[in-house]
Structure formats: structure tokens, C-alpha cells
Design a protein around this ligand. Structure first.
Ligand SMILES: *Cc1c(COP(=O)(O)O)cnc(C)c1O
Length: 355
């Protein structure tokens, strides 16, 4: 830390992304990326001709993506915000609607970036305790004195809230925003999008990083009431007007034309999630009922860090969190079928050594 950093940020603890190692080839089940490539139209869209146009600025309105998303999800373009990864729209949410003035309420165990944004913008942060089985009791988010941010499905537990529960949270907090982070919604949760017409305090945040196989393109989006979206636009034009680069705009628009391809990928991931969960249960693992593209699992006879290290030695990367409450757990991304099988085989070996 230099002597120049402003005092308020001295104690900021930055987000730590999952490792992206280059020392050797791993089976990467640690950052919830898709095992499948983007659809053919995406790959065709990011071509040499487009690269030549990189001398030009990108469209600051991201019109192409906005109208494609509006068409696919049946909303107006005025309801759509497009961001550089969903992390950016989450950052803008804290900047625009929380700041130092409005507290935020989040589940205690959730996406690690929420408390980081709160720290960055000086937002009073309320971590709401989880239930024993890692579920979220929606009643703890009703009539709170501030904004709410909940990932649904939640990360790293994969557990979901129902639409009725989310509606109760929206209904009881009419003077504040409720942000539902749907990064994993395509793997089996109910989207809150249908509630948008009834609740102007709803912001639904989505990403291309998981179910649309485009983590490296950095593309996120959000649905909200037109005035909420306009506020987010104001923040964007005050920080980074060209937030989506030209290649990502082409790719993001093309992806929407091939929804069937992505539905098929999600179906496979769901099938392989259920397969892997069953196999892990047979090995004695305890799992949450995940509706995401990952499993959250612990083994009663081996702690999370040991399991993580032994898998790593065998060329398989999973995510382990040092936070005490979840340090017994692994978060395991669902890869292609062969990768899931390799994981199960490696775990069999590792646990076999106990006997
Ligand atoms: C992965 C993830 C995001 C961020 O995704 P981007 O790559 O920035 O779009 C947001 N929220 C949750 C819960 C995530 O797991």
C-alpha cells in the first residue's frame, strides 16, 4: 500500500477471484465457467472484419444487445441495462442506490463481491444469518431499513428462493430496491422477471458468463423499471460510456439468436449435476440441493482444504473458501461429463486412502 491511498480505502479487502493457473493443464471446476464453447453465430461474429473496426469506439448505447434481450425476454428496451460483466452493474447498483446513505442487506454466505462493493462505497452492510441447512429465510429480508441484494440461486450454496418469497420481499420494502442476482437462474431457478411489471423496486441482474459460455467477453445485463435503468445509465456515462467493447457487442447480440443452443447446454449441465451429486452422495458427501452449475459439498471424514489440495495434486481444481463457516465445503463446477467422471474417480481414490 502506498502512502497516497486515501484513508477510507486503507482497510478495503478486495475480491479474490478463483485461480486461473498457467503452470499446467487442469480440469477446471473452480470458477463456474461453462465447459461448452459459445454458439456458432458468436464465433462467426467475432471475425477479422470486426477486429479491423476496433479503431472505432463501440456503441455507447449497446443498442444491438439491448433490443435482442428485450425481444427474447419480452420487455421494453427501456427496461434493459447492459454492463461489462454483471459485476459492473452490481458495482453501479451500490454506487447509485446505496453509497454511504442507504444500508444494504445480504445473506451472510453469498457472492463475495457484495461486501467488497459495500466496503468500496462506504455502504453500511448487514449480513443476514443463514438457516442451519444453508437456506435463506426470506422473512429476514422483509421490511428491512435499506436495499436488499440476494443471489438466486445463491452462491456458493446453489439454493433458491421461490417467486412468492421474492414477491414478499419486494412487497414489504416498497421504499427500497431489491436486487436479485440471477447469474445462475438458467440452471433451474424461477426468474423474478415476471414481477417487474408489478414492482418498480425490482432489479434483476444477469450475466453471459455462466449459461451463455462467455465469461471472457465480460457481458452482463439487468432488467428494471425505466427510471431505475436511467439512473444506472447516468452512472455509466459518468464512469465509462464505452463499457462494452465492439467484439463483445457483436458476440452478445449473436448469442441471443441461438437460444436453443444454450438451452441444450444448460440441459446437459443440469443432467450432469444430478449425476455428479448422486455419485458424491454414494461416497458419503453431504450436499445442498443445488439449482446452479455447481455443487456445494462436504465430506464428514475429510476437511475442505485437504480435499481441495489432494484434488489439485491430481490435476483437478475446485473452489475452497477459507472463511471458517464454509471451510469444510468445496464448491465444484459442473464440467463436461468426462470431467465430472474424472472428479468422481479422483475422489474415490482420495477417500479410499482413508481406509
Ligand atoms: C459469476 C457471478 C457474477 C459475476 O459474473 P460476471 O462475470 O461479472 O458477469 C455475479 N453474481 C454471482 C452470484 C456470480 O456467481
Amino acid at each position: 500500500m502506498s502512502s497516497f491511498l486515501i484513508e477510507r480505502l486503507n482497510s478495503l479487502e478486495a475480491y479474490v477471484p478463483g485461480e486461473q493457473p498457467r503452470d499446467k493443464k487442469y480440469i477446471k471446476l473452480n470458477t463456474n465457467e461453462s465447459p461448452y464453447p459459445p454458439s456458432p453465430a458468436v464465433i462467426a461474429a467475432v471475425n477479422g472484419e470486426e477486429a479491423a473496426d476496433l479503431r472505432l469506439y463501440s456503441d455507447p448505447t449497446s443498442k444491438g444487445i439491448k433490443s435482442a434481450l428485450a425481444g427474447l425476454y419480452g420487455v421494453d428496451e427501456k427496461n434493459v441495462f447492459v454492463s461489462n460483466g454483471s459485476d459492473e452493474v452490481l458495482s453501479f447498483f451500490f454506487m447509485a442506490f446505496c453509497g454511504t446513505e442507504v444500508p444494504v442487506w445480504c445473506p451472510e454466505i453469498s457472492y463475495g463481491f457484495y461486501p467488497v462493493f459495500a466496503g468500496l462505497y462506504g455502504t453500511p452492510y448487514n449480513a443476514v444469518p443463514m438457516e442451519k441447512d444453508w437456506s435463506i429465510d426470506y422473512r429476514k429480508f422483509c421490511s428491512v431499513d435499506g436495499n436488499v441484494v440476494i443471489a438466486n440461486p445463491n452462491a456458493p450454496t446453489g439454493m433458491t428462493l421461490s417467486l412468492c418469497e421474492i414477491e414478499e420481499i419486494l412487497k414489504t420494502n416498497p421504499a427500497h430496491l431489491v436486487c436479485i442476482d440471477e447469474a445462475y437462474v438458467d440452471f433451474g431457478a424461477e426468474s423474478a422477471l415476471p414481477l417487474l411489471k408489478k414492482y418498480p423496486n425490482l432489479l434483476v441482474v444477469r450475466t453471459y458468463s455462466k449459461s451463455r459460455s462467455m465469461a471472457g467477453a465480460r457481458l452482463g445485463y439487468a432488467f428494471g423499471a425505466p427510471d431505475v435503468i436511467a439512473d444506472l445509465e447516468k452512472i455509466k456515462y459518468s464512469t465509462n460510456p464505452y463499457n462494452i467493447n465492439r467484439l463483445t457487442q457483436k458476440a452478445g447480440e449473436a448469442a441471443i439468436s441461438e437460444q436453443n443452443y444454450y438451452d441444450e447446454c444448460c440441459k446437459r449441465i443440469i443432467r450432469d449435476r444430478e449425476y455428479t451429486a448422486e455419485e458424491l452422495k454414494k461416497l458419503g458427501f453431504i450436499l445442498t440441493p443445488s439449482k446452479a452449475n455447481f455443487l456445494f459439498a462436504r465430506h464428514p471424514e475429510m476437511d475442505g482444504e485437504t480435499l481441495y489440495k489432494r484434488l489439485r495434486d491430481r490435476g483437478i481444481l475446485v473452489r475452497h473458501f477459507s472463511l471458517a463457516a464454509v471451510s469444510d465445503y468445496l464448491r465444484i463446477t459442473i464440467g463436461a461429463r468426462e470431467e465430472c467422471e474424472a472428479l468422481v474417480a479422483a475422489l474415490k481414490e482420495i477417500l479410499g486412502e482413508l481406509k
